[in-house]
Design a protein around this ligand. Structure first.
Ligand SMILES: *[C@@H]1O[C@H](CO)[C@@H](O)[C@H](O)[C@H]1NC(C)=O
Ligand SMILES: [Ca+2]
Length: 154
């Protein structure tokens, strides 16, 4: 009997594929981009970044199935030369999913005409949320998405 149970356990283990998968958590507490970066870290996670169409679609699916419909900070920001990169991974932004007309580096009186240097998912004030990214003033207070890799079975 002991040998039999052992066999069952080993078989299940070998049949299960263990993969890395992304876990997302949304915070609806409105904070600026810098605070979002810190809050995710304090939660043992990272502000979300998107590196492929697959990740874009996964995150979109996550937001829709959980009923989220707002703008959210992502980890994208700009270097001095205007090149966008992901602050959490330090990597240049290669895959992008900008909304039509974005990034527009819009200059308003509310950002002291300094433009928009941080990246968010959609527009915080639009319903329904368009699918894509927008550059926004880093000091705007909006919701944000944290992510973490976890192991999961498929
Ligand atoms: C963001 O929230 C902080 C703290 O409540 C506030 O001091 C700040 O003025 C807000 N920033 C903007 C751009 O509304
Ligand atoms: Ca913009």
């Amino acid at each position: 009997m002991i040998a039999y149970y052992h066999f069952v356990f080993v078989t299940l283990f070998l049949l299960a594929d263990i993969i890395e998968c992304q876990k997302y958590v949304v915070s609806l507490e409105p904070v600026n981009w810098y605070q979002a970066l810190i809050n995710c870290k304090n939660a043992g996670m990272e502000l979300a970044s998107i590196h492929s169409e697959q990740e874009q679609n996964d995150l979109d699916k996550f937001l829709r199935t959980n009923g989220y419909d707002k703008g959210y900070w992502l980890a994208g920001t700009k270097e001095g030369n205007g090149q966008f990169y992901w602050a959490t991974t330090g990597t240049k932004m290669i895959y992008t999913k900008w909304l039509d007309g974005q990034p527009d580096d819009a200059k308003f009186d509310t950002n002291f005409y300094e433009g928009e240097h941080c990246v968010c998912w959609g527009f915080p004030s639009y319903r329904p949320e368009p699918i894509g990214w927008n550059d926004m003033t880093c000091f705007n207070n909006i919701s944000y998405i944290c992510q973490r890799f976890e192991y999961c079975f498929i």
